[in-house]
Design a protein around this ligand. Structure first.
Ligand SMILES: [Zn+2]
Length: 242
């Protein structure tokens, strides 16, 4: 077998491997990038949940405050009942007038407590509405997140499966390539975005689009040795020469 035939044969094999490798490269990128996409969506969803938690805490705080106001009102009511009970026991007009004043004062405090309770009810009502509305938003968000995640999980499972197939298909081709050629090609694939061997079209490297000299073109055509692009170092070939 002449060297020309050998090189040509090796190039054909590399081109077949390259077809697999491009697919492998694409699948690996997908397997790397899609989970990051899921993380992003999850972070957005978590942020929404935190927002809801803030509204829930606000409502809880208002409810606690309301309990406080109600306790305060009860104290005032009891004080009024107690003071009212004292009235009948008082002997002098002075004492009686003083007690009446005291009762009026407690009643004023009681009114204030009632007012606070009414305002509290409005605030709680508002906070509850905001919370309920946000709950719906978060529920929708969760549904949306879960369905997007499902789509991505399915893509990942499929990509994983396809990757295994492609890799085993590739493994069947590599023993036919000379180890020195294969390792040169593999290094290029590693370092040049998955592209180690590219065709020449319109006297241009299809990896980096550098224009090739006539001399380089002739060398590639005769297939006596593996030719590399001076610019990107990828192995070059003519599709029509294979
Ligand atoms: Zn190039």
């Amino acid at each position: 077998m002449s060297n020309t035939a050998t090189i040509k044969d090796q190039i054909k094999k590399l081109v077949d491997i390259q077809t697999m490798d491009l697919e492998i490269y694409r699948l690996k990128s997908e397997l790397k990038e899609k989970p990051i996409e899921v993380e992003g969506l999850k972070a957005e969803f978590e942020a929404k949940k935190t927002g809801l938690k803030v509204l829930e805490d606000k409502l809880k705080a208002l409810m606690l405050k309301q309990k406080e106001y109600e306790g305060d009102l009860k104290v005032k009511e009891e004080a009024i009942t107690k003071a009212d009970g004292h009235l009948s026991q008082l002997k002098t007009n002075k004492e009686y007038s003083a007690k009446l004043l005291e009762i009026e004062s407690i009643k004023a405090d009681k009114s204030m407590a009632e007012e606070k309770i009414l305002i509290g009810f409005d605030q709680m009502d508002e906070a509850r509405k905001a919370m309920e509305a946000e709950k719906v938003v978060v529920a929708n968000y969760e549904r949306d997140f879960q369905s997007k995640k499902k789509v991505i999980d399915d893509i990942l499972a499929l990509a994983d499966d396809q990757l295994k197939v492609k890799q085993s298909q590739r493994d069947r081709l590599t023993p036919d390539v000379r180890p020195d050629i294969l390792s040169r090609y593999d290094r290029l694939v590693q370092n040049k975005d998955g592209l180690g061997i590219v065709p020449v079209k319109n006297q241009t490297c299809q990896g980096c689009y550098m224009h090739l000299t006539e001399q380089a073109m002739n060398k590639i055509k005769i297939n006596e040795e593996l030719m590399s692009c001076d610019m990107c170092a990828r192995i070059l070939y003519f599709e029509e020469e294979l």
